[in-house]
Design a protein around this ligand. Structure first.
Ligand SMILES: *[C@@H]1O[C@H](CO)[C@@H](O)[C@H](O)[C@H]1NC(C)=O
Ligand SMILES: *[C@@H]1O[C@H](CO)[C@@H](O)[C@H](O)[C@H]1NC(C)=O
Ligand SMILES: *[C@@H]1O[C@H](CO)[C@@H](O)[C@H](O)[C@H]1NC(C)=O
Ligand SMILES: CC(=O)N[C@H]1CO[C@H](CO)[C@@H](O)[C@@H]1O
Length: 230
């Protein structure tokens, strides 16, 4: 083999490896919306770091508390100094990157609510790898915020990828030590019968939630949430 061939081969190999993102290795997104929101959250943290008591982080289901869930958020979470750090479309590796790159620096929050993983599964990641990504996110949260508690919610059921969601969710309870990490499974609240979502809680895409869906989240989480921010 000549050198030229080897170099070309290595470059191709590197390209293949780098497009295969790993759910447990921090990675930024290059799109403008992600970069913009990341900067916005860094600013939010800098401005409000002594005020923030509870943080919600994840992808669109979290971000849409600002949209479909807004009325419930304003009534029940904003007054308790909760802040939303969701970004539509994030996978575990992106949330990990955001935490490792400053979004939680200097916070004294009592609680982080984490719900993430769907976007990896819709991109055919293996459940074990997604769970590993979630494990790394929890480690990163604890390393950034002293004495924080983590409320880890199962990925919510949807009209798609339910067997992968179920397989991933089965791996999450073991993250909970019930001292710093607490696990919450809200699945049954979103189903009209086992394996079938209650469609009144979801919009037409059968993935994102209606206001009624956010109300269910609030009600199902409230006992644990109230205990953990007390
Ligand atoms: C940070 O947020 C504050 C208040 O929300 C705003 O006035 C300021 O312009 C923001 N700074 C940047 C760099 O976005
Ligand atoms: C944590 O609590 C849940 C139920 O509340 C229980 O099923 C689980 O075994 C507990 N885990 C540990 C490590 O104590
Ligand atoms: C579906 O959700 C709605 C709104 O929360 C609720 O009133 C209804 O009872 C649920 N249906 C089933 C079958 O659980
Ligand atoms: C391990 C793995 O398959 N990760 C995939 C997660 O999703 C993105 C697409 O959005 C793929 O590029 C990764 O390969």
């Amino acid at each position: 083999m000549n050198n030229c061939f080897c170099v070309t081969f290595s470059v191709i190999l590197l390209a293949i490896v780098s497009i295969h993102a790993k759910p447990w290795i921090a990675e930024p997104r290059t799109d403008a919306r992600f970069q913009h929101l990341h900067k916005h959250y860094l600013n939010e943290t800098a401005m409000n770091k002594d005020h923030e008591k509870a943080i919600f982080i994840g992808a669109s289901t979290v971000e849409k508390w600002n949209l479909n869930g807004k009325a419930i958020w304003n009534k029940h979470y904003a007054p308790r100094r909760a802040y939303n750090y969701g970004i539509n479309g994030d996978r575990t590796e992106h949330v990990l990157w955001r935490i490792e790159n400053g979004e939680f620096n200097g916070l004294k929050a009592k609680l982080v609510v984490l719900l993430v993983g769907y976007n990896n599964l819709s991109h055919k990641d293996h459940p074990e790898d997604v769970a590993k990504g979630i494990h790394e996110i929890i480690k990163a949260i604890k390393s950034k915020i002293a004495h924080v508690k983590v409320l880890l919610a199962n990925i919510l059921p949807s009209g798609h990828h339910n067997s992968a969601i179920h397989a991933t969710n089965k791996l999450l309870p073991k993250e909970a030590d019930n001292k710093t990490v607490f696990h919450l499974d809200m699945t049954k609240h979103y189903e009209s019968s086992p394996g079938h979502i209650n469609t009144t809680l979801f919009i037409e895409d059968k993935l994102h939630m209606t206001e009624a869906g956010y109300k269910v989240w609030y009600k199902a989480m409230e006992p644990l949430f109230a205990k953990l921010i007390a």
